[in-house]
Design a protein around this ligand. Structure first.
Ligand SMILES: [Zn+2]
Length: 48
C-alpha cells in the first residue's frame, strides 16, 4: 500500500512538470477546456 501512495505522489509531481515543459500558449482553434499547440520537438499539434 505504501508503494501505491509513493507512486501516486510521484505521478502528481510529474504531471505539472510535463504540462509546463513546452508551454507556448494555446491555439485559438483549441476546443473548450483544452489547449492545443505545436510541439516543436515533434513537429505536430497536440491537445491536453
Ligand atoms: Zn503540449
Amino acid at each position: 500500500m505504501r508503494k501505491l501512495i509513493l507512486a501516486l505522489g510521484l505521478l502528481a509531481m510529474t504531471i505539472p512538470t510535463v504540462a509546463n515543459a513546452h508551454g507556448g500558449g494555446c491555439r485559438k482553434s483549441s476546443p473548450p477546456g483544452q489547449c492545443c499547440h505545436m510541439d516543436n520537438s515533434a513537429g505536430v499539434v497536440h491537445c491536453h
